[in-house]
Design a protein around this ligand. Structure first.
Ligand SMILES: Cc1cc2nc3c(=O)[nH]c(=O)nc-3n(C[C@H](O)[C@H](O)[C@H](O)COP(=O)(O)OP(=O)(O)OC[C@H]3O[C@@H](n4cnc5c(N)ncnc54)[C@H](O)[C@@H]3O)c2cc1C
Length: 240
């Protein structure tokens, strides 16, 4: 059942022109599974409207959580959140959602995300790494330009500490030649296509895919993954 919670903004970090990382302290314990979301009360004129945001941090910390928010032009919810001041409180209902890690954990997981679809997946990756899961994890993250990239140092550090974890930023529109090994200069669907077509067939027959991001991207990525021979049961998704 959804509980009611008050969150207090404790830190606001601008990650790119449009994306913010917000940290909140939680008034009372909030128990959630990695990948779940909360429903935020957003004041608009004289009413309250609801908006959904995935929890972007690991469930280990029950006193604090993080959100990754992309500002949508004239968007009521996203602008409300990023314009909060430190110390401001918000009302939320949580936890909600079924985009969570399955049990038993698969031996191989590929996370395919676009934009802020990274939020629930960051929570899952942190959860897996904290618990020293013996799962091989690959993250393919679709963004448009080099300037849209965020959390890179964090993911670099994760790969250094965890040989089972690797990631690529798939930059669909960047025309400047980039030499960094963690950048691919094509769309995330091409990254997925290359992985499935050129990867180890035996390994791929056991991989589970978790797909998250914008509505259209998720539909077309799922179609692509299925068309390359991965069955329904091995793909879980969340559409923003
Ligand atoms: C399960 C789930 C999890 C989500 N998690 C996150 C998250 O972690 N981080 C996050 O930033 N968002 C997340 N979203 C999206 C979020 O719920 C809002 O839809 C988004 O922030 C826009 O809401 P808004 O109130 O700012 O804009 P609105 O006031 O609803 O919309 C304003 C205008 O922008 C257009 N618009 C709405 N959404 C978008 C969009 N995404 N891109 C372009 N134009 C748009 C509308 O058509 C409208 O014209 C999630 C959505 C779902 C369903």
């Amino acid at each position: 059942m959804l509980g009611k919670h008050k969150l207090t903004l404790t830190r606001k970090t601008r990650l790119t022109e449009k994306v913010y990382l917000l940290s909140f302290s939680i008034d009372n314990d909030l128990v959630f599974k990695a990948g779940q979301y909360l429903i935020v009360d957003v004041p608009r004129d004289n009413e309250i409207v609801k908006r959904i945001y995935s929890i972007a941090s690991s469930p280990k910390n029950k006193k604090e959580l993080e959100l990754i928010i992309e500002v949508v032009q004239n968007g009521v919810g996203s602008n409300y959140l990023v314009n909060l001041d430190l110390g401001d409180k918000i009302n939320v209902q949580a936890p909600a959602g079924v985009f969570t890690l399955q049990k038993p954990l698969p031996n191989n997981i590929v996370f395919v995300v676009t934009g802020t679809g990274i939020a629930p997946v960051r929570s899952m990756i942190d959860h897996l790494l904290e618990n020293k899961a013996q799962t091989k994890i690959l993250l393919l993250w679709g963004l448009r330009y080099r300037d849209d990239v965020y959390l890179r140092e964090e993911f670099q550090l994760k790969t250094l500490k965890n040989p089972n974890f690797s990631y690529y930023y798939c930059l669909s529109r960047e025309t400047k030649q980039l030499t960094n090994k963690d950048f691919k200069q094509h769309r995330v669907d091409k990254c997925v296509n290359n992985l499935i077509k050129n990867g180890d067939k035996q390994l791929l027959s056991k991989v589970y895919f978790y797909v998250c991001g914008g509505r259209d991207a998720v539909v077309s990525l799922k179609n692509l993954i299925h068309s390359l021979g991965v069955g329904e049961k091995r793909v879980t998704s969340e559409r923003f």
